[in-house]
Design a protein around this ligand. Structure first.
Ligand code: ADP
Ligand code: MG
Length: 685
């Protein structure tokens, strides 16, 4: 079964070559029970590790069961090891805080031999029964004595039905009674199950049990004694029992192993719960900031779009230019009511044109006084264009009421609440700067606009009423209380006075569509310049809100980009935290890694395990972060009064980013773990 030929092993310590095995040749047959004896430092463990294919020899050939070990790749070796060889160590090497049953099942994680998980568990229970631990499946290593731990380790070494059992000083840490019990287990395994057993020991008692004793001295074989009784013993039929034959359950086993990897990761994380939580905190904060920045900025974008559409994306205003005019053709011009009609009739891109007359008005109702923030005279088209067409109560004023300068008005919700706290406002009289107006309608509430102005604090009337009855049409900032301003229209004397008196403050325009705003602007400019005989440049100021929207959108975009940068930085910080903890974990669990490799895990399995661990850490952090970020943005939203939009993209991005962070930052420690040499890892202190 085992053929060693002129095996040499030389360690390099610093600049020094340290030959440990100096040409060992050895044949061991199937079903033998061999003890390797020698003093400490003679190279027994080194030989054992070579036999177990945990290490490559420096020179020589090694055939195990007909396979030349030195030609196998690392992954092939791992598979070979997991199927053919069981290891028992002096210091047991059980996984702490893991039940006896799970310890026994550990090697099955790394083989795919067609057994279902249930068969494996049953076999593990049976093995524990065989070594006398049938009733202690759930016990963790710290609840077991040394001898019991070693029995668990023996059961573990047998779980994959190996042909060869290697034990390195298996009783070195045990008292002599327990030693005898362990030796009986070996004897039974050898006799009843035909397993080849090689025990390394410096203890003559242990060697005495074996059928063949090989003495090692200074890296060479000094003696090889075969006891007569081994010849009498026929190989048991169990030795030739069929190994795996079915591919059934292969998928099941693969699934189970992926599931197990997650389970292993979860267990490792639970072992250091506080540390895990602190590590996750970085990811949680990072993901939470990504989510809240995304939600808040998309909320802001929606709010801006809403404002734009409520103000009308296709809205323009025409103002007379107030710039000083040096040129004759650049003189100050005023907007006239006729301009409104002309614009509405002649400009094809214009849908609605409405005059606007502003005023500062003190409203009095009984002993209640109120100064609305917005007071304007206009036409009913304006209300329709501003989406105020549907009134809460009453109705809007008619064209006839405009012609008559009727003493009527429409008020916003805030004004109604202030002046008519417990009355039905429609039909009531209110005094506006001394003029009695009848309330004929209350506007549907609109709430605050984007900069917080209460849009319901408003009084609207026919523009003629504002102009000729209430205030003479002076805008607050340019109030001119000349004599002619106060005269009724029919008493106008001079042309200029009549001209000024007929002027309105602003024309409100709605283009046919937001796309036609530019076209409307051109048509209006040329029309008004023709009508007033002025230069196009500077005579009128035509504003539209697309500029405003653009600027606000850019600001919000810039702010959210900034937020994203900060979020990304905290994610990176979180990732570095994970990397740090994973590196600590790799160092801490070096022996565990060595053990896993000894029982058959290859580099990829180790890499995968640590990657999964980092990813699970990040994903849990990601999920918690999403919830935290969402709650945070909702809280900020309610406190600041900013709408939030919960999008599916925020959590998806966050999860994606979290997983990526896990993989990227987990890769280095995972690779470091997988690069460990199994022997060095097992010896690590
Ligand atoms: P033992 O017979 O006690 O099991 P070992 O096989 O463990 O002896 O070690 C044999 C010799 O090889 C010792 O002198 C030890 O110092 C040396 N040795 C073992 N492993 C290494 C290593 N990884 N690097 C350097 N020297 C080693
Ligand atoms: Mg040793």
């Amino acid at each position: 079964m085992i053929e060693l030929h002129d095996i040499r092993k030389t360690y390099r310590v610093g600049d020094l070559d340290l030959p440990v095995l100096k040409g060992v040749s050895l044949d061991i047959a199937d079903g033998e029970y061999v003890a390797i004896m020698g003093s400490s430092g003679s190279g027994k463990s080194t030989l054992m590790n070579l036999l177990g294919s945990l290490d490559y020899p420096t020179a020589g050939t090694f055939r195990l069961d007909g396979t030349d070990i030195t030609t196998l790749s690392e992954a092939e070796l791992a598979t070979f090891r997991s199927r053919q060889i069981g290891f028992v160590f002096q210091n047991f090497n059980l996984l702490p805080r893991t039940s006896a049953l799970d310890n026994v099942l550990l090697p099955t994680l790394y083989v795919n031999d067609g057994r279902s998980q249930r068969e494996r568990v049953e076999y593990a229970e049976q093995l524990l029964e065989t070594v006398g631990l049938g009733g202690r499946l759930d016990h963790t290593p710290n609840q077991l004595s040394g001898g019991e731990k070693q029995r668990v380790a023996i059961a573990r070494s047998l779980i994959n039905r190996p042909k060869l059992l290697l034990a390195d000083e298996p009783t070195g840490n045990l008292d002599s009674k327990t030693e005898q019990e362990i030796l009986q287990v070996f004897r039974k395994l050898n006799q009843d199950h035909g397993i080849t057993i090689i025990v390394v020991t410096h203890d003559a008692e242990v060697a005495h049990e074996a059928d063949r004793v090989i003495h090692v001295k200074d890296g060479l074989i000094a003696g090889d004694v075969v006891k007569p009784r081994s010849a009498e013993r026929a190989p048991s039929p169990a030795a030739s029992r069929p190994r795996e034959s079915v591919a059934r359950g292969n998928r099941q086993a693969a699934l189970a192993s992926a599931f197990n990897a997650v389970g292993v990761a979860a267990a490792a994380m639970r072992r250091n719960a506080l540390r895990t939580m602190l590590t996750m905190l970085g990811v949680i904060i990072g993901v939470a900031s990504v989510v809240s920045v995304m939600e808040l900025s998309s909320g802001a974008t929606v709010a801006i779009k809403d404002t734009v559409s409520s103000m009308g994306a296709s809205m323009l205003t025409i103002n007379p230019s107030r710039g000083s005019s040096s040129s004759r053709r650049m003189r100050e011009v005023q907007l006239l009511p006729d301009d409104v009609t002309a614009v509405a009739m002649n400009c094809s891109a214009v849908k609605v044109a409405a005059p606007l007359v502003y005023s500062e008005i003190q409203l009095v109702r009984g002993n209640l006084r109120w100064r609305p923030k917005f007071c304007m005279g206009t036409s009913s088209e304006y209300l329709a264009a501003r989406n105020w067409g549907d009134l809460d109560m009453g109705r809007s004023f008619t064209h006839q009421q405009i012609l008559d300068s009727a003493k009527v008005c429409v008020i916003g919700k805030t004004v109604a609440d202030q002046l008519f706290p417990d009355e039905y406002p429609i039909g009531q009289e209110v005094r506006a700067n001394g003029v009695s107006l009848r309330v004929i309608g209350v506007l549907a509430p609109k709430g605050g606009d984007i900069i917080g102005n209460d849009q319901d604090d408003i009084l609207i009337g026919p523009w003629t009423t504002f102009k000729y009855r209430i205030d003479g049409g002076s805008a607050p900032q340019q109030r001119r209380t000349t004599f002619s301003d106060r005269l009724p229209p029919m008493q106008l004397v001079s042309h200029s006075a009549a001209h000024r008196d007929k002027s309105i403050h602003q024309i409100y325009i709605q283009a046919q569509s937001p796309e036609q705003v530019a076209e409307a602007r051109e048509q209006i400019t040329s029309l008004l310049c023709r009508r007033h005989d002025v230069d196009p440049a500077g005579a009128f100021q035509i504003n539209d809100i697309t500029e405003v929207t653009k600027v606000v959108g850019q600001v919000v975009g810039g702010l959210s980009a900034l937020g994203m940068v900060i979020a990304a930085v905290s994610l990176v910080v979180g990732g570095v935290g994970i990397m740090n903890i994973m590196l600590v974990s790799v160092t801490e669990r070096t022996r565990e890694i060595g053990l896993r490799m000894a029982v058959g895990a290859n580099r990829r399995a180790i890499l995968r395990q640590f990657l999964i661990e980092a990813t699970v850490l990040c994903l849990i952090g990601g999920v918690v972060g999403i919830v935290a970020g969402h709650l945070w943005s909702m809280w900020v939203g309610t406190v600041v009064g900013w709408p939030t939009v919960m999008s599916i993209w925020a959590p998806l991005t966050a999860i994606g980013v979290a997983a990526t962070v896990g993989v990227i930052f987990g890769y280095y420690p995972a690779r470091a773990a997988s690069r460990l040499n199994p022997i060095d890892a097992l010896r690590y202190e």
